[in-house]
Design a protein around this ligand. Structure first.
Ligand SMILES: *[C@@H]1O[C@H](CO)[C@@H](O)[C@H](O)[C@H]1NC(C)=O
Ligand SMILES: *[C@@H]1O[C@H](CO)[C@@H](O)[C@H](O)[C@H]1NC(C)=O
Ligand SMILES: *[C@@H]1O[C@H](CO)[C@@H](O)[C@H](O)[C@H]1NC(C)=O
Ligand SMILES: *[C@@H]1O[C@H](CO)[C@@H](O)[C@H](O)[C@H]1NC(C)=O
Ligand SMILES: *[C@@H]1O[C@H](CO)[C@@H](O)[C@H](O)[C@H]1NC(C)=O
Ligand SMILES: *[C@@H]1O[C@H](CO)[C@@H](O)[C@H](O)[C@H]1NC(C)=O
Ligand SMILES: *[C@@H]1O[C@H](CO)[C@@H](O)[C@H](O)[C@H]1NC(C)=O
Ligand SMILES: *[C@@H]1O[C@H](CO)[C@@H](O)[C@H](O)[C@H]1NC(C)=O
Ligand SMILES: *[C@@H]1O[C@H](CO)[C@@H](O)[C@H](O)[C@H]1NC(C)=O
Length: 893
């Protein structure tokens, strides 16, 4: 790129100058001293900023001769400062880097360009705070980033009147009140201020720039610029070659004057809030070599005028709203090397016309979020003029036969993603064998590819192999560790593979993620895992036919954090050696595992899914310390004993934000969750699930009140146990509860009115208990009018059951409401009022205070009620009592 090229030139200049100076020094020690006023300007600048560095950039700024200072260069003869370079190279975003980092994250939800760790997150307007951005930068190259400047640029810098080159780029904590000081730098050719916050009002920043007629390169990415003036009466900087205004939240669209900059070779408007169809005008910038328009709101088709840009080398239109076609004139761009058209809604047909003369094309990336609406329909035997190195096509349709010739002749590919492109039939072994030695990444997922996996081809450099969701059959090659020794990420899930899991899989040293989910694999798990596979983080072998025990050697996998073995035929106990792993998610559901529950589980776990096994014994009290737990599924086992009364310790179920879930190990885990009476497969939504299912065991005792403090719980299923006692009084606290199933237990007492405050509830089952009294009807409960919710409770009455409550047939009078000690505050309120209003003040007084005096349990209830109920009612009662006391002269006493 231009910018880098110029850096090389600068470095070269610096070196040659240095040599020259050494030479002159040895002769007579007299070198050019800098000009006093310019030294002063630099000193003032230094005062305004501070450096975070230890080695020091500005710490060398001592002594008289400022030309000797780090980052400063002077003219040999005049002594004027000509160059000032205090950039932070680590802060400079490099185009297309986003693509690589995006591909490292095997996640399904990568399309939001502003999601924290996604493609374009280097821009400041994406990651609102510049600090977190700097954090990113820091992590990429801590040494350089440490040398970043912070503070404010003073206007004195404008006194360096001979400056041709000013580079302050990548200093995200640097700011300037305005750019007025720049306007006096009339010799300036190169101005790089990316990352520096420019506090501007309206268009003043551009008017300052317009005073620089010699300007060749201008880089103002991530400067928080908002105003982009639509007109300039006179355009001074017409020789501009490089213009980078990326990552600025402009509130106006691309101005007309931009298209008069006909010398532009490099234009970057990535993520600058641009839209419209104005795209046509870019055809007039005929010198363009690099055109980056990603992450904006452009829509429509690529205009045919794109064919005019005959020098174009790189074009990025990714992450826009392009909903039209790709013109045939694109096929004329014979110098085009990189074509990035990711994440748009492309339409139409691509034939050889669009690809005809793309002789230089090496990287071609196109994905569409309007599935299959873009079709590659290339003549059967057409051979393209390009040899691609990287190819990513996703969600468009590639017309066959099976694997078209134009793809098969691509013999230099190292990176291939052809996902959801409708490839059917078998894959060409000939093509694979041509590229197998150089391939690093092969993703053919979500097609209908048949046939065996290649058993002879060696892929020495493949680190990622994604073949999931196809129709591959046959066994996994038994010598896979020889064929693909560099594998890091292997996903063969959702195919028709059968046979054993090869033992050699445990010999792939750098394997990090292994996904064999949903195949027909059988036999036992490889028995000899070993500590040389320390990189293994994720193992998902669920939904196969694996039998035998979980090998205790898996305990050697010290970094194993996600272990999914659900829905197999595994038996025996969970080996306690697994406590040596760092498991955060354990899914062993749907097997025949037995023995006690693993009480040794560590507190980092967020998902513990052991449902549908043969586990027995009690729920270990030690689990009370699992404060990160979000999903606890022990349903359908032989557990007995009580539910521990410490579930309030599951902090992550109380405050969802306490432990912000990140996609763990760059991997989107899948799990089947039974909720709202049905089973759903969750993937990236799994992070939102907060869940307890203890159903189908033999648990006894009451429902511990602590469970009601789990205010973020979405599903609570305790059905099909032997639980007795009443429904906990505070159940109404669980505001996020969507599914509540307490059916088939021995619960008794009333259904509390407070249950109607469960406003999220959409699935309720209380059937087959011994609940009594009237079914409450407020709020959400009104919508849950299915009779089956309550059936099997002979003493329940009222709507939606056909059984009328005792009083309902005769009158609505107060006496008909059956009252027992266990009823909640709401009923007391009603009684109190009935009594005081219906029977007059005297009787009213005695029916409350008298009863409270006489009956201890009622007194307790009354005072608890006073605690619980809202202030308004308490006040009302207090006033009422005072009033009564007055009436009877009791206040005199
Ligand atoms: C001559 O230059 C050397 C190296 O730059 C410096 O150490 C020395 O002090 C100078 N001598 C005088 C007399 O300036
Ligand atoms: C930016 O400029 C405006 C107007 O000149 C001023 O009110 C505001 O305080 C400035 N903000 C910063 C962060 O300097
Ligand atoms: C263009 O540059 C000249 C000289 O630098 C300056 O006098 C003039 O005001 C500039 N024009 C505009 C519109 O800024
Ligand atoms: C493309 O999107 C724009 C803006 O949303 C809309 O006006 C236009 O009709 C769309 N064109 C097509 C072909 O869908
Ligand atoms: C592909 O092109 C051929 C000939 O150009 C045409 O007959 C065929 O219908 C096209 N197929 C699709 C799916 O557009
Ligand atoms: C593949 O890896 C080998 C070493 O394993 C290396 O020598 C070779 O250059 C690589 N091939 C390519 C095309 O990168
Ligand atoms: C495993 O990773 C290490 C570190 O990245 C690398 O040096 C080594 O070559 C890799 N081994 C294989 C077999 O790819
Ligand atoms: C609750 O968790 C903490 C640690 O998070 C633990 O120390 C405490 O013992 C737990 N409470 C119970 C009742 O186990
Ligand atoms: C996750 O991805 C990042 C970059 O995208 C990479 O640096 C990191 O090593 C990955 N982590 C794992 C466990 O693969």
């Amino acid at each position: 790129m231009m910018i880098n090229y110029n850096h090389t030139v600068v470095v070269f200049l610096l070196l040659s100058l240095g040599i020259f100076k050494l030479g002159s020094c040895s002769e007579n020690n007299v070198t050019v001293k800098c000009i006093k006023s310019e030294r002063e300007a630099l000193v003032r600048f230094k005062e305004g900023v501070s450096v975070n560095d230890i080695p020091g950039k500005l710490s060398s700024w001592v002594g008289e001769d400022c030309c000797q200072w780090k980052g400063v260069e002077c003219d040999n003869e005049s002594g004027h400062v000509t160059k000032l370079n205090l950039s932070n190279p680590a802060g400079r975003p490099r185009h297309f880097d986003y693509y690589e980092s995006n591909q490292n994250r095997a996640c399904d939800a990568c399309s939001d360009p502003c999601a924290s760790s996604s493609p374009y997150s280097k821009g400041r307007e994406c990651s609102k705070s510049s600090r977190s951005l700097l954090g990113d930068v820091n992590s990429s190259s801590s040494e350089d980033a440490n040398a970043s400047l912070s503070g404010e640029i003073t206007r004195y810098l404008g006194n360096l009147s001979s400056l041709t080159h000013l580079d302050l780029g990548g200093n995200y904590n640097l700011s300037t009140k305005n750019l007025d000081w720049v306007s006096s730098l009339s010799s300036l050719k190169y101005l790089y201020m990316g990352g520096v916050k420019i506090n501007h009002t309206k268009a003043d920043w551009l008017y300052a720039i317009n005073m620089l007629p010699s300007l060749l390169e201008l880089s103002l990415y991530s400067c928080e610029l908002k105003h982009l003036p639509s007109s300039l009466t006179f355009l001074n900087f017409t020789s501009l070659h490089v213009l980078d205004l990326s990552y600025n939240p402009f509130n106006t669209s691309i101005p007309k004057w931009l298209f008069s900059l006909t010398s532009l070779t490099n234009l970057d408007l990535t993520s600058s809030n641009q839209g419209g169809i104005i795209l046509d005008s870019f055809g007039s910038l005929r010198s363009l070599k690099y055109l980056y328009l990603g992450v904006n709101r452009f829509y429509g088709s690529i205009p045919a005028s794109i064919g005019n840009l005959s020098s174009l080398k790189e074009l990025d239109l990714s992450y826009n709203k392009m909903n039209g076609t790709i013109p045939e004139s694109l096929g004329q761009l014979s110098k085009l090397v990189k074509l990035f058209l990711l994440e748009n809604s492309w339409d139409g047909v691509i034939t050889e016309a669009q690809l005809m003369n793309l002789r230089s094309l090496e990287e071609f990336m196109l994905t569409t979020n309007k599935s299959q609406s873009l079709i590659f329909n290339v003549t059967r035997d057409w051979r393209p003029p390009f040899k691609l190195k990287s190819l990513h096509l996703e969600s468009c349709r590639i017309i066959g036969p099976t694997f078209p010739v134009w793809l098969q002749v691509q013999s230099e590919l190292t990176y291939v993603t052809l996902t959801n492109v409708g490839i059917e039939g078998t894959i060409s072994e000939e093509w694979l064998s041509t590229i197998s030695s150089q391939l690093t990444h092969l993703d053919l997922s979500n097609n209908q590819i048949k046939g065996n996996l290649p058993h002879q081809l060696v892929f020495p450099n493949v680190t990622k192999l994604f073949l999931q969701n196809n129709s591959f059959s046959g066994p996994i090659p038994s010598n896979i560790s020889d064929l693909m020794p560099s594998l890091q990420h292997l996903d063969l899930s959702e195919n028709l593979l059968y046979g054993k899991i090869p033992l050699s899989i445990t010999k792939i040293k750098n394997l990090t993620i292994l996904v064999l989910r949903r195949n027909n694999l059988s036999g036992e798990l490889p028995p000899h895992w070993n500590s040389s596979q320390m990189s293994l983080h994720v193992v998902d072998i669920s939904y196969n036919n694996i039998c035998g025990k979980i090998p205790s050697s898996m305990g050697f996998l010290g970094n194993l954090s996600i272990l999914v073995l659900s829905n197999n035929n595994l038996s025996g106990e969970i080996p306690s050696s697994l406590q040596n792993c760092s498991v955060v998610s354990m899914d062993f559901g749907g097997n025949r595992l037995s023995g006690n529950l693993p009480s040794w589980i560590e507190s980092d776990i967020f998902m513990l899914r052991l449902r549908s096994n043969l586990f027995s014994g009690i729920i270990p009290r030690k689990w009370c310390s699992l404060y990160k737990l979000r999903i606890l599924d022990l349903a359908h086992n032989n557990l007995f004993g009580g539910i521990p009364d410490c579930f309030n310790n599951f902090t992550a179920m109380v405050d969802h934000n306490t432990f912000g879930y990140k996609s763990i190990e760059n991997y989107t885990e899948k799990a089947n969750i039974v909720t709202k009476g049905r089973e759903y497969e969750y993937d990236h939504n799994l992070q939102l699930v907060i869940y307890i299912d203890l159903s189908g065991n033999s648990l006894t005792g009451g429902i511990p009140i602590q469970i009601t403090s789990l205010t973020r719980l979405g599903t609570l299923n305790l059905s099909m146990n032997h639980l007795n006692g009443s429904i906990p009084k505070n159940i109404g606290n669980m505001r996020w509860l969507e599914t509540l199933d307490l059916s088939n237990n021995r619960l008794f007492g009333p259904i509390l009115e407070s249950m109607s405050s469960l406003t999220s509830l959409s699935h309720l089952n209380l059937s087959f208990n011994n609940l009594t009294g009237r079914i409450p009807s407020g709020n959400q409960l009104q919508t849950l009018d299915d009779v089956t919710i309550y059936k099997g409770n002979p003493l329940l009455c009222g709507s939606p059951l056909p059984t009328k409550c005792l009083g309902d047939e005769t009158s609505d009078g107060p006496s008909s409401t059956s009252v027992d000690d266990k009823q909640g505050g709401d009923n007391y309120e009603r009684i109190w009022f009935y009594a005081s209003i219906g029977l007059g003040f005297v009787v009213g007084f005695w029916s409350v205070c008298g009863t409270l005096l006489l009956k201890k349990s009622w007194r307790h209830c009354y005072f608890r009620f006073c605690d619980d109920i809202k202030d308004r009612i308490a006040l009302l009662i207090a006033l009422r009592v005072v009033h009564l006391k007055r009436k009877f002269g009791l206040d005199k006493n």
